[in-house]
Design a protein around this ligand. Structure first.
Ligand SMILES: Cc1cc2nc3c(=O)[nH]c(=O)nc-3n(C[C@H](O)[C@H](O)[C@H](O)COP(=O)(O)O)c2cc1C
Length: 277
């Protein structure tokens, strides 16, 4: 299954791009509206970018009353990314969601303690609040992401999304001051890929849960590498800003790989046979 990475596509602004995907993942929704950080909030880096959007979103109430009904009109499986600052924040939003494909719990929000216990506590609270499929989105910044994955699995997660951005800093070469108003930001794009592959591999081995792999995917070869490491689904993030037709391009290239007889085609067939939806 080919998805977008949360925060990297607005399906209401670009419905044609969203329709190239097998499902649409929303920007993370928090209980209260958030304006996000002051601009500049985006900086280019070698092989990637930094963002410090700061989880700008309309908040839960407006999302439920306004955004979600409009997203439903797209007639695409919807994955709702849920964020918060304590377990109850997440669980309250989960309890209000119905008739969606899955919930992705953004367990790598700023200000949320990423210790294995707290991620597990959030998942347990959400598990009690909803029968919907729960994917825990983890950060590879934790020294042992597989440990967090095991804790999240034990707390009742149905799957994992790996990985979120990693903290980075970009300086203006002229002034040697940070490019982003906030200073640091989240690094995304191709420079993340080896870290993401390692996280997917470790978490797959630790839990066997379905995994949405992401981090620097730009080509069909990247997709196959994530699948080879144990991902069942993949999500496109930063690539969508430069190449909105990436889902089509990658799908076409995957079809070519699949027509082959090699180990990549075999892995693609295996994943397709076990696909969730
Ligand atoms: C501009 C931008 C906004 C993002 N917003 C969110 C978000 O709201 N929630 C979330 O879980 N991840 C968010 N992410 C992280 C992506 O979903 C993804 O995990 C990360 O960018 C790695 O994938 P990529 O290298 O393909 O971009 C954001 C990333 C970018 C670049």
């Amino acid at each position: 299954m080919l998805l977008n990475a949360s925060g990297c596509l607005d399906a209401l602004v670009a419905p044609d791009v969203a329709r190239q995907l097998d499902g649409f993942v929303t920007k993370t929704i928090t209980p209260l509206p958030r304006e996000g950080n002051a601009p500049p909030r985006i900086a280019e880096t070698a092989y990637g970018m930094l963002n410090a959007i700061g989880l700008a979103n309309p908040g839960r109430e407006r999302f439920l009353s306004d955004t979600l009904p409009r997203l439903r009109e797209l007639d695409l499986p919807l994955w709702i990314s849920v964020g918060g600052f304590c377990a109850a924040d997440y669980a309250d939003t989960c309890a209000r969601l119905h008739d969606v494909e899955a919930i992705e719990l953004n367990l790598s929000c700023p200000n949320v303690d990423e210790a294995a216990d707290s991620a597990a506590e959030i998942v347990a609270a959400c598990r009690a609040a909803t029968p919907l499929r729960l994917f825990g989105k983890l950060s590879a910044a934790h020294p042992d992401v597989a440990e967090v994955a095991r804790a999240v699995a034990a707390a009742g997660a149905d799957g994992l999304s790996l990985i979120n951005t990693l903290r980075g800093l970009a300086l203006d070469p002229g002034t040697l001051q940070p490019v982003l108003a906030r200073g640091v930001g989240g690094l995304s794009g191709p420079s993340l890929k080896p870290i993401a592959l390692a996280a997917v591999h470790a978490c797959h081995a630790a839990t066997g849960l379905p995994i949405v792999g992401m981090g620097g995917i730009t080509t069909a070869q990247d997709v196959v590498e994530f699948l080879a490491c144990g991902a069942q689904h993949v999500a496109l993030g930063t690539v969508l800003f430069a190449d909105p037709d990436a889902p089509l391009r990658i799908r076409e290239a995957l079809a070519v790989v699949q027509a082959d007889d090699g180990p990549l085609a075999e892995r693609l067939r295996e994943v397709r046979a076990n696909a969730l939806a």
